[in-house]
Design a protein around this ligand. Structure first.
Ligand code: HEC
Ligand code: HEC
Length: 338
């Protein structure tokens, strides 16, 4: 990375091509897409069609509440009986460094921001990503993933039906959701660019020779795909992950992740809270091979069944490390014994 920046600066100062781009000066509040468009990247395919009665406000309603009231029309039917998009996705930035996946850094960052720590990737910056349902998600959703891999509209529709276990979205709903996602796209300030990097991007912009390097530099600052690796639960549940756990970190996971859906049965039939009963229940099952074992539910999730469609999404390795799983186990054990 350093070399790329130095090379860019060096080439520009050698006078290769014109220096800078007069018409456009990068501002930290600019959207990353706007910046990339200055380099000739094309995002038009992803832009919402708002001539069909769609809007970002309607999209936000659907994402947060599952339905929307369009002016002059009847309230739309709830998209899912079980979930809303925010059951599983944040709408805010959730990583301090967008160029890497680090579940522990994410946990600390989300706790600090007062937002939950969840199985699905934040929708903040979703329009900036180039592929969806990456990695092992084709194991879970099979052929359904193919059309959604490179098409954000298909990704939204797949999630509404498969992840949220609800009805299909109408076209105006998809376009509205997409319009809202465009309001939570990445901004230049999210990329943590150094002054030197900003300068070299600015210089590369109007320069035919350096353009490609400029785009590369920008795209190295965030993940253009959210990877997903499914891992099985520990083989011997008595031994568990084999790692020694940190209960304090485990408490952060329990409070910010498990309780998000289970407290007062918010998005599930199982109530969990801060009382001994919850910890005893989880502790008793943890080392067994039953469907109540936290190892089992964390790594495999639960499956929806006929008549009981609500299910728990699994945590991929990118969303919960084995160390974090050990931390959660340690916290539950500790609280069950208190
Ligand atoms: C029960 C949990 C759940 C609900 C509810 C849910 N999603 Fe998802 N969603 C997921 C999971 C798990 C993935 C897999 C990929 C990822 O996010 O890491 C995903 C993926 C996505 C993706 C692709 C993200 C990527 O980078 O791969 C989009 C877009 C999306 N969901 C939109 C929505 C919208 C819009 C709604 C509401 C209509 C919704 N989701 C409801 C769990 C959920
Ligand atoms: C996105 C929401 C969500 C999150 C986050 C979540 N769960 Fe769940 N969980 C569910 C749903 C939905 C079910 C399915 C059964 C139900 O509806 O109660 C479930 C099922 C379970 C079950 C099995 C219950 C049974 O009787 O089969 C356990 C145990 C459990 N969760 C523990 C946890 C723990 C521990 C965490 C934190 C690491 C957690 N859950 C995080 C939604 C969630």
């Amino acid at each position: 990375m350093k070399y790329l920046v130095i090379a860019l600066i060096a080439l520009v100062s050698l006078g290769i091509g014109s220096v800078g781009h007069d018409a456009y000066t990068i501002d930290s509040d600019d959207s990353v897409i706007e910046l990339l468009e200055q380099f000739g990247e094309d995002f038009n395919e992803k832009r919402p069609k708002i001539d069909i009665d769609a809007s970002a406000d309607l999209g936000e309603d659907i994402i947060r509440n599952g339905f929307s009231n369009r002016k002059g029309l009847k309230k739309s039917k709830r998209q899912s009986k079980h979930f809303v998009c925010t059951s599983c996705h944040n709408l805010e930035r959730e990583d301090p460094d967008l160029s890497i996946n680090d579940p522990q850094a994410r946990l600390e960052y989300t706790v600090e921001k007062g937002i939950p720590f969840l199985q699905a990737t934040t929708l903040y910056g979703a329009v900036n990503r180039e592929t969806y349902y990456n990695g092992d998600y084709d194991k879970k959703y099979g052929e359904l993933v193919a059309p959604a891999r490179e098409d954000i509209r298909e990704a939204i529709q797949l999630c509404a039906q498969e992840c949220a276990q609800g009805r299909a979205l109408k076209e105006w709903e998809i376009e509205s959701i997409l319009a809202y996602l465009w309001t939570i796209d990445l901004k230049v300030k999210d990329l943590n660019l150094s002054d030197l990097e900003l300068q070299s991007i600015q210089s590369a912009m109007g320069n035919e020779v350096l353009k490609k390097e400029g785009v590369k530099l920008i795209k190295r600052k965030y993940l253009t795909a959210s990877d997903a690796t499914f891992i099985p639960p520990p083989v011997d549940r008595k031994i568990g992950t084999g790692l020694s756990g940190d209960q304090e970190n485990g408490k952060l996971i329990y409070d910010n992740s498990c309780l998000h859906c289970h407290y007062q049965k918010r998005y599930s039939f199982l109530h969990l809270d801060d009382n001994k009963m919850s910890f005893r229940y989880l502790d008793k099952a943890a080392e067994t091979y039953s469907r109540h074992s936290l190892y089992q539910v964390a790594r495999y999730g639960t499956y929806s069944k006929y008549g009981k469609k609500s299910y728990m999404p699994n945590y991929t390795m990118e969303k919960m490390s084995n160390q974090q799983l050990a931390d959660l186990r340690a916290y539950i054990k500790y609280r069950a014994l208190l």
